[in-house]
Structures are given as C-alpha cells and as structure tokens.
Design a protein. Structure first.
Length: 197
C-alpha cells in the first residue's frame, strides 16, 4: 500500500511529531496538501492502528508513494487543465476507463463542445498518462458483489470501488454525490491530492 519508508520510520521523533500533530488537528503539512486530502473512510489495520486519513496524510507529507484509483472525470480534468501528477503517486483504474474516456471525448465532439482535433489530442495525452489498468476476475467479482450490496443496477462505479479496496489507498472522483455515497466503503481524496507542489 503506502511506501514502506513511512512505516519503517515510525519510531523516529519526526514521525511521532507528525502523527501527534495530525491527531491534534495541526497537520505538519503545507496548506495546499491539507486542502488536497479531504479523505474520508473507515479505519484500517496498520502497524500502529492509524486510520486511513492519517496514513494518507503522513504519506503525502513524507512524499511516500500513494496509490490512487482515478475515474474518467478525473483523467479528463488532468488533461484539460494540464495538471501534473506527483511522481511518487501511482494511478490505477479499471480497464473500462479506456472506453469511458473515448466515449466522453466523442460525445463532446458530437455535442459541439470541442473540435475533433482537440478531442484526439486529449485522447493521446490520456493514453500517455501512466495509469495501471486492471480488470481481472477477482476485481470483477468484487465489483459485482459491491453493486449488489449497494443496490446498484450497473457495475461501472463499483469497479472503481472494487479496485480501490483491492489495490489502492484512495479513490479520486469529481462526482461529489458518488463520493458521499461511498463513505465508509472506500477512502476518497480530491484531485488536489494528485498535483505536483
């Protein structure tokens, strides 16, 4: 999950001070990073039983690698606003991301929102982003079970949740309603958590 260096350094005074500050609500991070990590989620088992929000906060503060699952809206925003993702973050998505981004760009062209050449350029830049795409049988089964549990007829969003549960630290979406619906199921973070400082 998170970079091993964070937890291997957990006995140091710097680490202990940072965790104490976080628990006291005085995060030892920059203002931009505090804004970025609007993280919600259930507690998880860690070496010190630290909750998800604290783990992510410490990881970003220490520049440790964090795995984020990103949805179609986030990827489109990264490209349209030319947002650079921090090198220490790993992005993941279900394989359906390819079809969703392709369809979103084609729909935008058909609606007259952007010219065809702009759409194709954005698609090329999307395909150049280092995103690990996954869609194995375990993920599909977890997505099916999650959609069933949540009462969703479609499994598209459930694939993102399943991947977050299986492989990542947090799910990044621009859909505020979806983020609220998945509270307690997976931790979430805003797109600001991905930005380079």
């Amino acid at each position: 999950m998170l970079g091993r260096g964070v937890w291997s350094s957990r006995g140091t005074p710097r680490y202990k001070a940072m965790v104490a500050a976080i628990h006291a609500g005085r995060s030892a991070m920059t203002h931009s990073n505090r804004e970025a990590l609007t993280v919600r989620g259930p507690g998880v088992e860690t070496p010190d039983s630290v909750d998800v929000a604290t783990r992510l906060t410490v990881a970003v503060a220490w520049n440790a690698m964090t795995r984020f699952v990103v949805d179609c809206g986030v990827v489109l925003r990264l490209v349209s606003e030319e947002i650079e993702v921090r090198a220490e973050h790993e992005l993941l998505a279900p394989t359906l991301l390819r079809s969703q981004t392709l369809s979103a760009m084609h729909e935008a062209v058909c609606a007259g929102e952007i010219p065809r050449d702009v759409a194709l350029d954005r698609l090329n830049r999307i395909w150049a982003i280092p995103i690990r795409l996954l869609g194995d049988a375990v993920l599909r089964r977890r997505a099916f079970d999650l959609a069933e549990k949540l009462g969703w007829a479609e499994t598209y969003d459930a694939e993102y949740l399943a991947l977050t549960q299986l492989q990542a630290d947090a799910f990044v979406t621009l859909d505020a309603q979806l983020a609220r619906r998945v509270e307690g199921i997976v931790p979430t973070a805003t797109i600001e958590a991905l930005r380079t400082p």
